[in-house]
Design a protein around this ligand. Structure first.
Ligand SMILES: CC(C)(COP(=O)(O)OP(=O)(O)OC[C@H]1O[C@@H](n2cnc3c(N)ncnc32)[C@H](O)[C@@H]1OP(=O)(O)O)[C@@H](O)C(=O)NCCC(=O)NCCS
Length: 148
């Protein structure tokens, strides 16, 4: 498996993977993230198998946040999301990394927990009847801009 920063050439394949993991069309957001160098993509034998987007959002109190993480269904349970998370941790510029997923999304919860994320509260009233669980991981490393 290879991981690299996505380029515009990866976009069609990334958008295909997106459709397997989200009911919402994130095309514009993904395009912006690729342009900004914030989208990582995995491939197996030159086929795009997954992607992850990390961003520093003012909306999330300036902490970096894993905004999207989707693996093609045929390639799940092979450690691809884990590898993407690890790489996002390595490029994360803040000492705390956050993400979130729905309470009903057990695979995502298990994936983040397996990578050492812990629960850090939840937000109601986003998806009706399906709270958004916040996950958090404190990262080690000297050059992450200090404690925030
Ligand atoms: C969540 C998702 C990204 C996980 O991708 P993945 O590549 O299959 O995850 P990994 O193979 O790295 O899994 C790591 C560990 O997480 C746990 N895990 C992952 N999927 C699981 C599942 N369906 N059931 C139980 N545990 C699971 C396991 O402990 C797994 O390790 P193991 O396979 O050695 O037992 C993938 O299921 C997906 O794309 N889902 C749809 C989009 C989504 O929900 N994104 C999450 C953000 S909202």
């Amino acid at each position: 498996m290879k991981i690299k920063k996505a380029t515009s050439q990866d976009l069609p394949a990334i958008l295909e993977v997106m459709r397997f993991g989200s009911n919402v069309d994130h095309t514009d957001f993904i395009k912006q993230s690729v342009r900004a160098g914030k989208c990582l993509v995995t491939s197996v034998a030159d086929k795009v198998t997954g992607f992850g987007i990390i961003g520093n959002s003012l909306l999330f109190y300036n902490h970096e946040f894993i905004e999207l993480l989707i693996v093609h269904p045929e390639y799940r349970r092979r450690g691809i999301a884990t590898a993407l998370i690890k790489r996002m941790e390595s490029i994360c510029k803040t000492p705390k990394l956050f993400t979130s997923t729905n309470q009903t999304n057990i695979p995502a919860q298990k994936t983040y927990e397996a990578s050492g994320f812990i629960r850090s509260g939840y937000i109601e009233n986003l998806d009706e009847g399906d709270p958004e669980i916040i996950y958090f991981k404190r990262l080690e490393g000297a050059d992450r801009g200090g404690e925030k």
